[in-house]
Design a protein around this ligand. Structure first.
Ligand code: MET
Length: 355
């Protein structure tokens, strides 16, 4: 059975890019905002930073290969987070005019970048293609790239320009689709759109959100694997148990629409809070990437425990349509813990023969 990761890795100590995981880990006192990153960007020695990024990416790529992960990423190591890194490179988003926002029923406050003019690529340049090419240049192993989806971008920014969120979503679809086509033309074989906000806004997901994600992938050749990631949300720090996850029963509600949207793989979480997996039988064509290790809990899942969840999933899905992964990005975990978790995940996967 195949394995993959969802994207992010913790940054090593020598790579001092501020991100919301560092915040989460060091935190309690220091609050990450995009403004901190603005400062960092202004002060950074770009050449030095690029060398550190390359070193760090080389290390995480090698680590995933050594562990035996089939579809690897570059750990998103050059990114402050999986959303803003993309938006910063677009015209239309302001990272200087931030707006204070309270969300998740008042549980979280953040400073959101604002949309202040038409959203389009700056200087007509692709955004993540160079980033992917640099990472892919370090290995023969295919590297998956991740891009935030329209609902997720809208969920962590403030629209001050477009008439409504649907119009902004349309603009984002066309930017993302250009990007996705450019990645395919450059030879990228695994493209993942991160769209966890679908799980927080199921009505919009059903109305047009899922359709917009499928339009982001329009025009791709069949050899490119289209992945959508939809977890139930990051906490603020490791081992936080009381955070407000999206409702997992929504997987069942959205399954039919997601299954007919044309995605090759749908990445969902299960490890943090295992529930009834019978909704998996609603997927008749999509491969499910099942989260079998929790990313915000330091306890390492055993091989037997993971095998148990896989056996349960196999009651509802054939083995060739099941891939194992962590619930989400790995940025909260220490390198030792995440290595142990991924090693157990791969060991469990190898006990299930491919169909
Ligand atoms: N690719 C992103 C990551 O690995 C997905 C985040 S979804 C909350 O962090």
């Amino acid at each position: 059975m195949l394995t993959t990761v969802v994207g992010s890795y913790p940054k090593p100590d020598y790579l001092r890019i501020p991100d919301w995981f560092t915040d989460a880990n060091l935190a309690k006192g220091y609050k990450y905002t995009p403004a901190d990153y603005n400062e960092f960007q202004r002060a950074a020695d770009k050449e030095d930073l690029e060398k550190q990024i390359t070193r760090a990416i080389r290390e995480v790529i090698q680590e995933q290969i050594d562990i035996g992960i089939d579809v690897i990423t570059d750990g998103e190591l050059r990114r402050e987070n999986y959303i803003y890194h993309f938006c910063r490179q677009l015209e239309g988003f302001s990272f200087e005019e931030l707006e204070k926002v309270t969300y998740r029923n008042g549980a979280t406050t953040g400073y959101f970048p604002t949309v202040v003019s038409e959203v389009r690529p700056r200087k007509d340049q692709p955004i993540v293609v160079e980033e992917w090419r640099a990472s892919q240049g370090l290995t023969q192993h295919p590297v998956k790239i991740t891009i935030p989806g329209p609902m997720t971008i809208i969920g962590t920014t403030k629209n001050r320009f477009y008439k409504d969120r649907r119009e902004l979503s349309e603009a984002l679809v066309s930017v993302i689709n250009r990007e996705v086509r450019a990645l395919a033309a450059a030879g990228c074989k695994y493209i993942q759109i991160d769209e966890p906000v679908m799980m927080r806004e199921p009505d919009i997901a059903e109305d047009y959100g899922i359709e917009h994600v499928s339009r982001c992938f329009e025009g791709l050749p069949p050899e490119v694997t289209k992945v959508v990631h939809a977890c139930c949300g990051y906490p603020l720090y490791l081992d936080q148990e009381d955070y407000l996850k999206a409702d997992r029963s929504l997987y069942g509600r959205l399954a039919g629409k997601l299954d007919s949207a044309g995605f090759d793989r749908l990445s969902i979480e299960d490890a943090h809070c295992p529930t009834d997996l019978s909704f998996l039988s609603k997927f008749s064509r999509t491969t499910v990437v099942l989260g079998v290790v929790a990313i915000a809990r330091s306890r390492v899942e055993t091989v037997e425990e993971i095998r148990g969840r896989v056996r349960e999933a196999l009651r509802f899905l054939p083995p060739h349509r099941l891939v194992l992964a962590p619930d989400c990005g790995l940025g909260f975990l220490s390198r030792d813990v995440l290595r142990d978790k991924l090693t157990n995940m791969v060991a469990a996967a190898r006990t299930f023969p491919e169909a």
